[in-house]
Design a protein around this ligand. Structure first.
Ligand code: GLN
Length: 324
């Protein structure tokens, strides 16, 4: 067993989970009604080890509450595009450098006109475009998003709770002025890969953000990434280890946006957050976990989620540079 003393581990995790619960700082995302009106008190944690030991915590089974992936979708869309297109093609269109800017920045790398990385909106929109560009012209955005959903289903150990929130998708579209601006900026500067249709690209991006998941399922996806792409529940290889290696490096540097530097120092684990309050964290070769709590800090990361990560590394030696 990769975590031999599972019972003690679970007891400790429960303690930290409870210690974090009283935190009231931060605010729900407010740009669309469904996120603004989400129950701010919900607090869920699920853990899955690479050998399939699992635990979930939260009042009223909050870990089974379906919420959207939002930006937690980004590393998987990127991984799918990378898997199909290879490193060289991806590099041509999206860099792998920390942006040091908010997730919704319009800025592109001034020298190459590329998005800085696939974790900020510009890079994730481009990754959605690359993914879409590989489908037949007859495929519409929904076919492509269904394909992404299927990959999430496999990452989560064939979890049937992977859904889609039409309400989220519709309101995202209504309010996506900034994302439209990013897309036009991408098209106007370097152009789009294989001249993919701009609206399809945006719909795929917003569709991926609108995929619904539970904290429990998300922890299995995190464990699959912690396990080099092989799902601990089904034993199926969802991504090759080389793709996972690139994606984990990328989210280690960029996944928490302009808090990524501090998160790397304080927590030292690859992680990806979303404006729904979801957070997915990978402890390479050991376990993955997911948290859900809608209140966000000023960088767009879940306050309780980040606080839990800090407590975890204070009590377990899981920071990737802890054992040097
Ligand atoms: N749908 C959001 C957006 O595009 C996702 C951003 C996020 O989760 N940080 O603005």
């Amino acid at each position: 067993l990769v975590i031999p003393n599972w019972k003690t581990f679970v007891t400790d995790m429960k303690y930290h989970f409870q210690q974090v619960e009283p935190l009231q700082d931060g605010e729900n995302a407010s740009y669309i009604p469904i996120l603004k009106s989400a129950d701010s008190e919900k607090w869920a944690l699920s853990i899955c080890s690479i050998d399939g030991q699992r635990v979930s915590l939260g009042h009223d089974q909050a870990y089974l509450f379906p919420h959207t992936l939002q930006s937690v979708s980004k590393p998987v869309t990127y991984a799918m595009a990378l898997h199909r297109e290879g490193e060289a093609f991806m590099e041509e269109w999206i860099d792998v450098e920390p942006a040091g800017r908010p997730f919704n920045t319009q800025d592109l790398d001034p020298e190459t006109q590329r998005p800085f990385n696939a974790s900020i909106n510009s890079g994730a929109i481009m990754a959605a475009g690359i993914l879409a560009s590989g489908f037949s012209p007859a495929a519409n955005w929904k076919d492509i998003v269904d394909n992404v959903r299927k990959t999430w289903y496999e990452l989560c150990g064939n979890d049937l709770d992977i859904g889609f929130s039409d309400i989220t998708f519709e309101s995202e579209k209504e309010t996506a002025y900034n994302n439209f601006a990013i897309a036009y900026n991408l098209k106007g500067r370097k152009g789009l890969p294989r001249n993919v249709d701009l609206h399809t690209m945006l719909d795929v991006y917003l569709g991926c953000c609108s995929i619904e998941i539970t904290t429990e399922a998300l922890s299995v996806a995190a464990a699959t990434l912690a396990n080099g792409g092989i799902c601990p529940i089904t034993g199926k290889e969802v991504f090759p280890a080389s793709v996972v290696r690139t994606v984990l490096s990328e989210i280690m540097m960029c996944g928490m946006y302009n808090q990524a530097g501090h998160f790397a120092v304080e927590v030292g684990l690859p992680a990806k957050s979303g404006v729904s309050g979801a957070l997915m964290v990978i402890v390479p070769n050991v376990f993955g976990f997911a948290t859900f709590s809608p209140r966000l800090n000023t960088k767009g990361n879940s306050v309780r989620g980040v606080a839990f990560c800090r407590r975890l590394v204070d009590s377990y030696r899981v920071h990737v540079f802890e054992t040097l």
